[in-house]
Design a binder for this molecule. Structure first.
Ligand SMILES: [Ca+2]
Length: 138
Protein backbone atom coordinates (compact mmCIF):
# COMPACT_ATOMS: atom_id res chain seq x y z
CA UNK A 1 0.00 0.00 0.00
CA UNK A 2 1.32 3.40 -0.96
CA UNK A 3 1.46 5.90 1.89
CA UNK A 4 2.17 9.55 1.32
CA UNK A 5 4.32 10.91 4.12
CA UNK A 6 6.90 13.63 4.57
CA UNK A 7 10.10 11.90 5.65
CA UNK A 8 12.82 13.81 7.44
CA UNK A 9 15.33 11.20 8.47
CA UNK A 10 16.39 7.64 7.81
CA UNK A 11 18.33 5.18 9.91
CA UNK A 12 19.87 2.06 8.41
CA UNK A 13 20.56 -1.12 10.34
CA UNK A 14 19.76 -4.80 10.71
CA UNK A 15 16.55 -4.58 12.73
CA UNK A 16 15.87 -8.32 12.74
CA UNK A 17 19.47 -9.59 12.88
CA UNK A 18 19.22 -11.61 9.69
CA UNK A 19 22.17 -10.13 7.83
CA UNK A 20 20.37 -7.61 5.65
CA UNK A 21 19.86 -3.91 6.14
CA UNK A 22 16.44 -2.59 7.11
CA UNK A 23 15.44 1.08 7.02
CA UNK A 24 13.61 3.17 9.61
CA UNK A 25 12.06 6.41 8.37
CA UNK A 26 11.23 9.35 10.61
CA UNK A 27 8.28 11.30 9.26
CA UNK A 28 7.25 14.84 9.99
CA UNK A 29 4.17 14.87 12.28
CA UNK A 30 3.32 11.35 11.16
CA UNK A 31 4.08 7.87 12.40
CA UNK A 32 7.46 6.39 11.54
CA UNK A 33 7.89 3.57 9.04
CA UNK A 34 10.04 0.47 9.27
CA UNK A 35 11.00 -0.86 5.87
CA UNK A 36 11.91 -4.37 6.84
CA UNK A 37 13.89 -6.24 4.23
CA UNK A 38 12.20 -9.62 4.15
CA UNK A 39 13.21 -10.41 0.59
CA UNK A 40 16.37 -12.00 1.82
CA UNK A 41 19.07 -13.53 -0.27
CA UNK A 42 21.41 -16.49 -0.17
CA UNK A 43 24.53 -14.45 0.45
CA UNK A 44 26.65 -14.82 3.55
CA UNK A 45 27.53 -12.04 5.96
CA UNK A 46 29.30 -11.13 9.18
CA UNK A 47 28.21 -8.45 11.63
CA UNK A 48 30.51 -6.95 14.25
CA UNK A 49 29.64 -4.85 17.27
CA UNK A 50 32.57 -3.17 18.98
CA UNK A 51 32.75 -2.43 22.70
CA UNK A 52 35.58 -0.17 23.72
CA UNK A 53 37.30 -0.37 27.09
CA UNK A 54 40.28 1.92 26.54
CA UNK A 55 38.58 3.57 23.55
CA UNK A 56 35.08 5.04 23.67
CA UNK A 57 32.35 2.62 24.80
CA UNK A 58 30.84 2.05 21.35
CA UNK A 59 34.18 1.78 19.59
CA UNK A 60 33.24 4.65 17.27
CA UNK A 61 36.15 5.24 14.95
CA UNK A 62 37.36 1.65 15.10
CA UNK A 63 38.62 0.48 11.72
CA UNK A 64 37.71 -3.09 10.81
CA UNK A 65 39.39 -5.01 8.01
CA UNK A 66 37.75 -8.26 6.94
CA UNK A 67 39.48 -10.64 4.54
CA UNK A 68 37.74 -13.61 3.00
CA UNK A 69 39.72 -15.26 0.21
CA UNK A 70 40.39 -12.54 -2.37
CA UNK A 71 37.73 -10.25 -0.90
CA UNK A 72 39.09 -7.47 1.32
CA UNK A 73 36.77 -4.94 2.96
CA UNK A 74 37.52 -2.09 5.34
CA UNK A 75 34.83 -0.26 7.27
CA UNK A 76 34.74 2.04 10.26
CA UNK A 77 32.33 2.16 13.17
CA UNK A 78 30.52 5.42 12.55
CA UNK A 79 27.86 7.34 14.35
CA UNK A 80 25.19 9.50 12.80
CA UNK A 81 22.88 9.33 9.86
CA UNK A 82 20.40 11.86 8.63
CA UNK A 83 18.15 14.29 10.50
CA UNK A 84 17.28 13.06 14.04
CA UNK A 85 18.39 9.56 13.13
CA UNK A 86 21.14 7.16 14.16
CA UNK A 87 22.32 4.24 12.06
CA UNK A 88 23.09 0.87 13.58
CA UNK A 89 26.55 1.09 15.16
CA UNK A 90 27.19 -2.52 14.27
CA UNK A 91 29.14 -3.04 11.07
CA UNK A 92 27.81 -5.47 8.48
CA UNK A 93 30.07 -7.14 5.93
CA UNK A 94 28.57 -8.88 2.92
CA UNK A 95 30.49 -12.01 1.97
CA UNK A 96 28.71 -13.22 -1.17
CA UNK A 97 29.14 -16.99 -1.43
CA UNK A 98 32.03 -17.12 1.06
CA UNK A 99 31.24 -19.13 4.19
CA UNK A 100 34.09 -17.95 6.37
CA UNK A 101 36.34 -15.01 7.06
CA UNK A 102 40.08 -15.65 7.08
CA UNK A 103 41.02 -12.54 9.03
CA UNK A 104 39.42 -9.76 11.03
CA UNK A 105 41.83 -6.97 11.89
CA UNK A 106 40.38 -4.41 14.26
CA UNK A 107 42.21 -1.15 14.97
CA UNK A 108 40.71 0.63 17.94
CA UNK A 109 40.73 4.42 18.37
CA UNK A 110 43.16 3.84 21.28
CA UNK A 111 45.68 2.50 18.75
CA UNK A 112 45.39 -1.10 19.92
CA UNK A 113 45.14 -3.57 17.03
CA UNK A 114 43.64 -7.04 17.42
CA UNK A 115 43.37 -9.90 14.95
CA UNK A 116 40.96 -12.82 14.73
CA UNK A 117 41.31 -15.75 12.36
CA UNK A 118 39.01 -18.30 10.71
CA UNK A 119 35.62 -16.91 11.66
CA UNK A 120 32.51 -18.54 10.24
CA UNK A 121 29.98 -16.46 8.32
CA UNK A 122 26.40 -15.56 9.22
CA UNK A 123 26.93 -14.51 12.77
CA UNK A 124 27.01 -11.48 14.99
CA UNK A 125 30.21 -11.01 16.98
CA UNK A 126 30.60 -8.64 19.86
CA UNK A 127 34.28 -7.82 20.17
CA UNK A 128 35.37 -6.11 23.36
CA UNK A 129 38.63 -4.20 23.27
CA UNK A 130 41.50 -6.32 24.66
CA UNK A 131 39.03 -9.07 25.69
CA UNK A 132 38.37 -10.67 22.29
CA UNK A 133 35.02 -12.04 21.16
CA UNK A 134 32.75 -11.73 24.17
CA UNK A 135 29.53 -12.81 22.46
CA UNK A 136 28.51 -14.58 19.29
CA UNK A 137 25.17 -15.50 17.83
CA UNK A 138 24.60 -17.43 14.65
CA1 LIG B 1 17.51 -7.35 8.48
Amino acid sequence: MLEKKVSRGAAFGDYDNDGDIDIFLNNSNQTANLLRNDGGNKNHWLMIKTVGTKSNRDGIGARIKVVSGTLLQVKEVRSGSSYLSQNDLRVLFGLGNRTKVDLIELRWPSGITEKFFDVKANQLLIITETQGVTFRRG
